[in-house]
Every structure is written in structure tokens, then in C-alpha cells.
Design a protein around this ligand. Structure first.
Ligand code: HEC
Ligand code: HEC
Ligand code: HEC
Ligand code: HEC
Ligand code: HEC
Ligand code: HEC
Length: 331
């Protein structure tokens, strides 16, 4: 055989041999089971970790948010709808916090013809005046509504019982101490609700818990009626460390629920105008730290610095506590 033919044949043979040896290394084993046309095989897909982890996955690490969300109507909107898929979180990075809540929320809540009424709807332009939705709504517990509280107490009976309270809240509901709250002129429905919360243990305070536990339901009604009917004119509106003008700017975020000057329209929520500044500071810090629990205030107070809190306290403490309807027990 001529030399050049032999070289050509051995080159082809060598190439064939290399190809035959290489094929098993280059072709995945599953080729022989699934053939040519394959993306990931069913078995491979089934072996992947799910991208959506469901809310249960978040429960142990984000207990507070999960608890608020579980107790709310928004339970039909799972965490990952708003925060994105959780695969790899927290090891491989943070989940995004929706930057533009208004855009996210209006996806589901903007009023549209034909949108089913089971999904609550708003006229965006009239509803939020351009503010972010989470100024007023906690996305994890968005409901804003008056708890229905009946108040039908007897002020005279309340006055007798209030002798037990005078040491700390004053004879006439004006506290002698910067860090104890005034009660005069407070909404009766709020007083009933908060006393019931101390009594049930939903709210805790070393001074108030044992006192409230000793009160009957009728006592609570009577005390609330008595204090709501008192004139708060003498409220100290004490000296506060913060800057009231700076507080006024921050108070824009509180207007929806506590009114322009701290007199709210919803009787189940507290008035805060003319309240003791030390008490306001302590309460806002307690909301922020989660020691006092309220889903709305938790959202609102989270972003406040200590300086913000001092400024807000200074602003509200200096407001006139006298509401136009003052002096009558309001339901
Ligand atoms: C194993 C614990 C763990 C689990 C499970 C977990 N997270 Fe987190 N998450 C964290 C930690 C830790 C951080 C704080 C990361 C940081 O600040 O660096 C965090 C931060 C976040 C943040 C805020 C990020 C920021 O920028 O501040 C969001 C939103 C969040 N998680 C949502 C979720 C959701 C939704 C789930 C469930 C689908 C979830 N997480 C499950 C531990 C967890
Ligand atoms: C309807 C949308 C929505 C749903 C559902 C939702 N979130 Fe959020 N979440 C938000 C928005 C908006 C924020 C921005 C901060 C705020 O307003 O509280 C946020 C903030 C957070 C933060 C705090 C980030 C920070 O450091 O301020 C965590 C943690 C978190 N969400 C976890 C969860 C978990 C866990 C769930 C499910 C149980 C959940 N979220 C469900 C919209 C949502
Ligand atoms: C994926 C759709 C979706 C998104 C996004 C969404 N929601 Fe909702 N929301 C719902 C549904 C559905 C309900 C009604 C739940 C029910 O009544 O069972 C609801 C209920 C509500 C309610 C009424 C609650 C009540 O108890 O009456 C408010 C307020 C609300 N959402 C505010 C918000 C805000 C604020 C955001 C943005 C942070 C938001 N929603 C984002 C679907 C959504
Ligand atoms: C200034 C405070 C404020 C802002 C900002 C705000 N809301 Fe509301 N929202 C309220 C109040 C107060 C209610 C309760 C009114 C009522 O019961 O009639 C409410 C009720 C709702 C409801 C329930 C309506 C129903 O028919 O049950 C939805 C849904 C809602 N808001 C969505 C939003 C969305 C989405 C945004 C952001 C685009 C937003 N809100 C911004 C104060 C606000
Ligand atoms: C030993 C002092 C003391 C006595 C006595 C006392 N209180 Fe209090 N009260 C407090 C303190 C301190 C707080 C604030 C607790 C907190 O920060 O949660 C408070 C809070 C309250 C609040 C909540 C006010 C608000 O604005 O949220 C009400 C209502 C109240 N007391 C009613 C009463 C009644 C009614 C009595 C008598 C039966 C009474 N208190 C007796 C110290 C006292
Ligand atoms: C979405 C409605 C809402 C907004 C906005 C809001 N609050 Fe509140 N606030 C409440 C409710 C409801 C309570 C009663 C909580 C409870 O029952 O424990 C409360 C309670 C308080 C209290 C306790 C009063 C007392 O007598 O114990 C203070 C102080 C307070 N808010 C200050 C503020 C400040 C400051 C802002 C603005 C940065 C603000 N709130 C914004 C709803 C709101």
C-alpha cells in the first residue's frame, strides 16, 4: 500500500476511535432513556427545589409579619406575590421590598368595570391623594375600620370608681406626671377598648394590668363615660424636648387616623392632642419595638428615629386637646 494511502486510512481510523471513546463522555446518560427531543426531563424537573416556597417558609424567621398577615384578610395574597420568589433567600440574598407600593396595590385594587366586587376597589385619585398606600395601610394587615364598641356607662358611678385612679391619672383626668397618660376628654370607645385590652392581657403594663383585671365590664363602661366627659382644658401640654415644627411636618403621616391636630374622627382610636409628651415618646417607642401591638401603628412607627419621635411628641403635646364635640360622652 502506498505510504500516503496508509497515512490517510490510519488518520480516519484514529479519528473514528477518538469519536467512539468521546461519545459516552459527551452525551448525558439520560439520552438513552429519553432520546433526542428533550429539555429537562420530568425527573430532573421534579428533583429541582420549588421556586415558590409558600408563606409557611417565612413563618419562623419573620414571625411578626407572618402573624399579622395570617390574622388579616390579605391571607389570600401570599408573601411571594408581593416580595417575589423566595428560593435561595436568605442565604443567597434579600427579597425585594416593593418600592412603589401604590403601583403594586392598584394592580389589584383600582376600581375597574367588570372587576369582581369580592376584590375591594378604590377610586385611586380620590382615595390616596398621591400618597403611598402603606402610609395608612399595613400591607400585612390592611384593614382600617372602627372596631364597633358600645358605650353606655354611668358617669356618676364612674366618678366614684375613678377615686382608685386619681393618684396616677389625676382627679380630673389630667395626669400629674409627664409619663402617665391624661384621660380627660379621650374617646369613650377607645377607653373601653384599651381597658378591656389591659384586662384580657392583650396589652400589658405593670401598673395597669392588675388594676384592669379587678374591673368588671360595667366598671369599664362607667369609667370610660366619666373620663370622656371631662374637660381636658387644663391639660399641661407639658414641656417637651423635641422640635414641634419638625414634628408638624412628620405628622402629615398621622393625619388620616389622628386628624390634623391629634383629634381623630374614629372613636375607637385615641386622641393624642395635648397628651403628656413623655407618655407619647414612650408609647411610640413601644409600638416601634413591638412591645405594644397594633398592626396600623406597627407600620407607621417602624421608620421613626428617636429624634422623629421626640419631635412628634413635642408637636402633639402642644396641640389643643379640646375637640369641638368636647364634653359629651361620644359613642
Ligand atoms: C431562615 C430564615 C428566613 C426565612 C425562612 C425567610 N427570611 Fe426573609 N429575611 C431573613 C433575614 C435574616 C433577613 C435580613 C437580611 C438582611 O437584612 O441582611 C430577611 C429579610 C427579608 C426582607 C427584607 C429585606 C430588606 O431589604 O430589608 C424581606 C422582604 C423578606 N425577608 C421576606 C421574606 C419572605 C416573603 C419569606 C418567605 C417566603 C422569607 N423572607 C423567609 C431571614 C429569613
Ligand atoms: C400585599 C403585598 C404584601 C404581602 C402579601 C406581604 N408583604 Fe411584606 N411588605 C410589603 C410592603 C409594601 C413592605 C414595605 C414596608 C411596609 O410598609 O411595611 C413590606 C415589608 C416587609 C418586610 C420588612 C422589610 C423591612 O425591613 O422593612 C418583611 C420582613 C416582610 N414584608 C415579610 C413578609 C412576609 C413574611 C409576608 C407573608 C407572610 C409578607 N411580607 C407579605 C408588601 C407585602
Ligand atoms: C394580588 C392582588 C392583591 C394585591 C397586590 C394587594 N391586594 Fe389588597 N386585597 C386583595 C384581595 C383579594 C382582598 C380581599 C380579601 C378578602 O376579603 O378575602 C384584599 C383586601 C384588601 C383590603 C381590605 C381589607 C379588609 O379586611 O377589608 C385592603 C385595605 C387592601 N387589600 C389593601 C391593599 C394594599 C394597601 C396593598 C398594597 C400594599 C394591597 N392591598 C395589595 C388582593 C390584593
Ligand atoms: C390617607 C390614608 C390612606 C391612604 C394613603 C390609602 N388608604 Fe386605603 N383606606 C383608608 C381608609 C381610612 C380606609 C377605610 C375607609 C372605609 O372604610 O370606608 C381605606 C380603605 C381601603 C380599601 C377597602 C375599601 C373597601 O371597599 O373595603 C382598599 C382596597 C384600600 N383602602 C386600598 C388602598 C390602596 C390600594 C391605596 C394606595 C393607592 C390606599 N388604600 C391608600 C386610608 C388610606
Ligand atoms: C399606679 C399608677 C396608675 C394607676 C393607679 C392607674 N393607672 Fe392607668 N395608666 C398608668 C400608666 C403608667 C399607663 C400607661 C401604660 C402604658 O404605657 O401602656 C396607664 C394607662 C391607662 C390607660 C390608657 C390610656 C391611653 O391613652 O392609652 C387608661 C384608659 C387607664 N390607664 C385607665 C385607668 C383607670 C380607669 C384607672 C383606675 C381604675 C387607672 N388607670 C389607674 C398608671 C396608672
Ligand atoms: C392607619 C391609622 C393610623 C395612623 C396613620 C397613625 N395611627 Fe397612631 N394609632 C392608631 C390606632 C388604631 C391606635 C390605637 C392602638 C391601640 O389600640 O393600641 C393608635 C395609637 C397611637 C398612640 C397611642 C395613644 C394613647 O393614648 O395611648 C400614639 C401616641 C399614636 N398613635 C401616634 C401616632 C403618630 C405620631 C402617627 C404618625 C407618625 C400615627 N399615630 C399614625 C392608628 C393610626
Amino acid at each position: 500500500m502506498p505510504k500516503h494511502i496508509f497515512r490517510l486510512v490510519s488518520l480516519i481510523a484514529g479519528f473514528l476511535a477518538v469519536t467512539i471513546i468521546a461519545i459516552p463522555f459527551l452525551v448525558p446518560d439520560s439520552f438513552y432513556r429519553f432520546g433526542h427531543y428533550r429539555a429537562n426531563s420530568v425527573i430532573e424537573i421534579a428533583a429541582q427545589e420549588p421556586v415558590l416556597q409558600t408563606a409557611n417558609y417565612c413563618k419562623d424567621c419573620h414571625t411578626e409579619r407572618h402573624a399579622q398577615w395570617s390574622a388579616s384578610n390579605h391571607k389570600s395574597v401570599t408573601c411571594e406575590i408581593c416580595h417575589g420568589t423566595a428560593l435561595g433567600h436568605p442565604q443567597k440574598g434579600k427579597l425585594p421590598i416593593p418600592k412603589d407600593a401604590a403601583r403594586l396595590c392598584t394592580l389589584c385594587h383600582e376600581a375597574m368595570p367588570g372587576r369582581p366586587r369580592t376584590q375591594p376597589q378604590i377610586q385611586v385619585a380620590q382615595h390616596s391623594s398621591g400618597q403611598q398606600c402603606n402610609v395608612c395601610h399595613n400591607p400585612h394587615s390592611p384593614k382600617i375600620a372602627a372596631a364597633l364598641v358600645k358605650v353606655a356607662g354611668n358617669a356618676a358611678a364612674g366618678k366614684r370608681k375613678a377615686a382608685d385612679c386619681a393618684a396616677c391619672h389625676g382627679e380630673a383626668g389630667i395626669s400629674p406626671n409627664d409619663t402617665w397618660p391624661n384621660l380627660a376628654g379621650q374617646h369613650a370607645a377607645y377607653l373601653v377598648r384599651i381597658l378591656a385590652a389591659y384586662k384580657s392581657g392583650d396589652q400589658k403594663d405593670v401598673a395597669m394590668t392588675p388594676l384592669a383585671q379587678a374591673l368588671g365590664d360595667a366598671d369599664i363602661q362607667n369609667l370610660a363615660t366619666f373620663y370622656a366627659g371631662l374637660n381636658c382644658k387644663g391639660a399641661a401640654g407639658g414641656k417637651a424636648a423635641g422640635d414641634a415644627a419638625a414634628g408638624k411636618v412628620l405628622a402629615k403621616n398621622c393625619v388620616a387616623c389622628h386628624g390634623e391636630t391629634g383629634i381623630g374622627s374614629n372613636p375607637a382610636w385615641p386622641n393624642i392632642a395635648g397628651q403628656q409628651p413623655g407618655y407619647l415618646v414612650n408609647v411610640l417607642k413601644a409600638f416601634k419595638a413591638g412591645l405594644r401591638k397594633d398592626p396600623m401603628m406597627a407600620g407607621v412607627s417602624r421608620g421613626l428615629s428617636d429624634t422623629d419621635i421626640a419631635n412628634l411628641a413635642a408637636y402633639y403635646a402642644a396641640q389643643n386637646c379640646q375637640s369641638p364635640k368636647q364634653g359629651k360622652a361620644k359613642p
